[in-house]
Design a protein around this ligand. Sequence first.
Ligand code: URA
Length: 309
Amino acid sequence: MRAELESVIDELKRLRKEGVQHVYVSDASIKQLQNSIEGVPFPNEQKLESNAPTSQVEIPERIRSATPEEFDQILKEVPSDPKKDTSPGPNSLGVPPEFKLPEGSKQDKWDALKEIVLSCPTCVANTRDGYKTVFGVGNLDADIFFCGEAPGAEEEEQGEPFVGKAGQLLNKMIKAMGLDRSDVYIGNIMNWRPQLPTRVGNRPPTKEEIEFCLPYLKAQVNVVRPKLIVALGATAAKGLLGADTVRSLREVKGVWREFDGTPVISTYHPSYLLRNDSKRDKRSAWEDLLKAMERCALPISDKQRGYFL
Ligand code: URA
């Protein structure tokens, strides 16, 4: 049994190396894992904890040590959200939205689009009670459009993409490019934070959720008309380039592709870089950003060329 657990851990480590930030584990799988773990001595426990992804929410002791029966009970105690109960839910979101933006300036179009997204019934129904649906921000004349995965806890609190720890690193990356956050546009594949039944932690968006939100992202790209998009992480790359054609970030990282006619370069997600304090990964991400700078004809000093060498 320990061999099986170690294979699961190895696979998770491999995925993390590829830039995968979250894996969705169903309740049934958690129960299965708990059944497998019960009674199995695991001398590496200390090591296991220190290798666990640091971006994950701390699991309360009561959940961590629960037997399957106790875990069932805990799930029953999770207060149900009346808004969620009537919502379409991740697998029945309905058809992706169709809408027409008004004639007028970029600002007119963007204002109308923001209004459409913030009042989209599916987006609202999938946003936690008391939190915000998140729409893109930034310069409508930006050359560079950064695209992330989905809002995290801080983003859904503030209603703005990339305002948490990953956002702070993204701001530093933008500064290193000689730009300011206000010079670029920042959006996400998703307008809401994909939720777990337990309301703890993150999960990656499903294919249906990505397909539902994609028209909103496409419309933002059409309004801004940037010179290029930087896809941050595997989910953004898959969302923009097609989950059926891109299986991992490694396949497309640092390579020019297109989204609806706009050049796309994919790179590591800032959260991944925060978790992996590796100079090699930082340099590799920086080289992708240098490619983006070159394509936008931004000035690049010798000092900038040499970052992380
Ligand atoms: N991660 C993302 O992909 N997007 C955000 O807005 C924040 C964190």
